[in-house]
Design a protein around this ligand. Sequence first.
Ligand code: NAD
Ligand code: TYD
Length: 354
Amino acid sequence: MILVTGGAGFIGANFVLDWLARQDEPVVNLDKLTYAGNLETLASVKDDPRHIFVHGDIGDGALVDRLLAEHRPRAVVNFAAESHVDRSIHGPGDFIQTNVLGTFHLLESVRGYWAGLEGDAKSAFRFLHVSTDEVYGTLKPTDPAFTEENRYEPNSPYSASKAASDHLVRAWHHTYGLPVLTTNCSNNYGPFHFPEKLIPLMIVNALAGKPLPVYGDGMQVRDWLYVKDHCSAIRRVLEAGHLGETYNVGGWNEKPNIEIVRTICALLDELRPRDDGRPYADQITYVTDRPGHDRRYAIDARKLERELGWTPAETFDSGIRKTVEWYLANGEWVRNVQSGAYREWVSKQYEGKA
Ligand code: NAD
Ligand code: TYD
């Protein structure tokens, strides 16, 4: 079996659902259920004996030691993190706690467990750390996309905490020989994305008749990957990645934010036109920019393609259409995640900004 951390969040839950849909190997899913973790996303595997959900913190060494000893996983895939840049600006403490200290404690538990393995179990064991392209900092318009050789130049508390975790993972390999793999992926989108990140926020706000808040001039560029393609890349790296290596994951889909928002508006105009016949783009509102906002991210994923033969299945056009359709069909999931904590965040982040 494998142990997944953060498997009630956006990417982790998509990974768990895809994993169980493809094979019978069980998953132990350790998640703290912060505001971003949502068991409803895992409702379809609630009674599946191959899915063992454990509510807890990656930084709880005693708990992780016990889970490793009890379930004896062949791999650990670490998704657990605080992941929202804007939240990291308002309150960086949780990011240091989970992304840095939590990863450290997890690595220590895994190191102890791995040291006690023998023979094939020891040589086959893997610790896969899921990270982000944001560790590389920001690009100028004509710079080449990030390769695995780029310097780490994180600019936000979030990316700095992820960079720190990547360094810890690297050091645990170099110093202790822990069999690690790291993936650095670009921005994901798709089903079960918490509606405070750009794409789901725009869909949800558009349908609710609310403003669509575009930061600054809307010309910041992100490189978008459909979440299920990220999951397939992680499965491939877990299966065949070279120990101690890092792999960039991306789909060559660089787009300015305003283009993303306009695309979503156009899809909604087609699929769920406004009652008054006006275009959803009327709701676009430019708001104060994010402090220290990175201008451009772009991922060069050629190493993953060349060495492990991975390519994404979705284009941006197919992925964004599926995503908008998913949100239209899953209004109940959206309503249920818009809890008191969600509403509190939205008023803290957007009130008085327009
Ligand atoms: P998310 O915020 O949706 O989910 C994070 C999950 O981790 C939640 O279920 C949360 O409850 C859990 N968690 C948080 N702290 C924990 C702790 N201390 N112990 C156990 N569980 C804890 O994040 P996501 O978008 O699914 O991202 C998953 C991972 O992928 C993160 O490591 C993130 O840095 C990375 N990543 C995300 C993106 C993206 O576009 N979302 C892109 C590249 C990499
Ligand atoms: P986000 O989804 O927070 O991801 P990240 O900051 O990790 O790339 O934001 C994606 C882009 O969208 C980023 O450039 C900030 C911008 N953005 C807005 O313009 N308005 C919003 O309300 C949000 C949440 C993000």
